[in-house]
Design a protein around this ligand. Structure first.
Ligand code: KIV
Ligand code: NA
Length: 264
């Protein structure tokens, strides 16, 4: 019972099969998603927000993300586990990127890494791939660059579309096995998907990509605010809040624990 590999991912594109990706940050939810058949799980640097409570992905470190990656890898059997390289851990040089990625492969037991940027990280991608590390690219809205982008906004509109396509092509040339397209017009994402031989993974990029990804807390209704592109599939905030309130009521009222939940 082997894990999903980069070969499986490549074959899916050849066959025209779409696939889902979700983020995961802990053992129990990773196991649920793995058993639900989600083929690729991303330990995203979005952990900065949904796990650590920061308001951007900038502050999160390798040491913050490594234990989460290891937990997801330990508790899954089939999914490919992709580790997000955090801000500041790879932009400096290919050597720096290799050192960071190697930690996620060795200590985190990830099967691949993801990094943000197009041509500006091409040398990093080449070096990682040469070292035997599958790399997932990420272009469009790249949250680690929020301060140069001037906010979280749609990327690649109008003239900027050509540069985004060029960035995606450069990632493919450098050896990336897939590329995330975040917050780009649906037409552009479909065009990029057609022009690349590696699969595209969309988030806020319309229906024309090869795969889709969402932050699990967003799609499960746990995040307080979500972007327009998020579809909410359940309301965990409501059900968890209800459970917490009922439990509190039972404790205060002396209803829990009863005989059934006590040892004689
Ligand atoms: O960190 C993250 O969750 C991501 C995905 C949304 C692509 O990068
Ligand atoms: Na990320």
């Amino acid at each position: 019972n082997r894990r999903v590999s980069v070969r499986d991912i490549a074959l899916a594109k050849e066959r025209g099969e779409r696939w889902p990706m979700l983020t995961a940050y802990d053992a129990l939810t990773a196991r649920v998603f793995d058993e639900a058949g989600i083929p690729v799980l991303l330990v995203g640097d979005s952990a900065a927000m949904v796990v650590y409570g920061y308001d951007s992905t900038i502050p999160v470190t390798i040491d913050d993300l490594l234990p989460l990656t290891a937990a997801v890898a330990r508790s899954t059997k089939r999914a490919m586990v992709v580790a997000d390289l955090p801000f500041g851990s790879y932009q400096g040089s290919p050597e720096q990127a290799l050192a960071a990625a190697a930690r996620f492969m060795k200590e985190g037991n990830a099967q691949a890494v993801k990094l943000e940027g197009g041509h500006r990280v091409a040398h990093q991608v080449e070096t990682l791939v040469a070292a035997g590390i599958p790399v997932m690219g990420h272009v469009g809205l790249t949250p680690q660059s929020v301060n140069t982008l001037g906010g979280y906004r749609v990327q690649g509109r109008g003239e900027a579309g050509a540069a985004l396509l060029a960035d995606a092509k450069e990632l493919e040339r450098a050896g990336a096995f897939s590329v995330v397209l975040e917050c780009v017009p649906a037409d552009l994402a479909a065009d990029i998907t057609e022009q690349l031989t590696i699969p595209t993974i969309g988030i806020g990029a319309g229906a024309g990509t090869d795969a889709q990804v969402l932050v699990w807390q967003d799609m499960a209704g746990l995040s307080p605010r979500v972007a327009k592109f998020v579809k909410t599939y359940t309301n965990l905030t409501e059900s968890l809040s209800q459970a917490a309130k009922s439990y509190a009521e039972d404790v205060v009222g002396g209803v829990f624990p009863d005989k059934e939940h006590s040892y004689s």
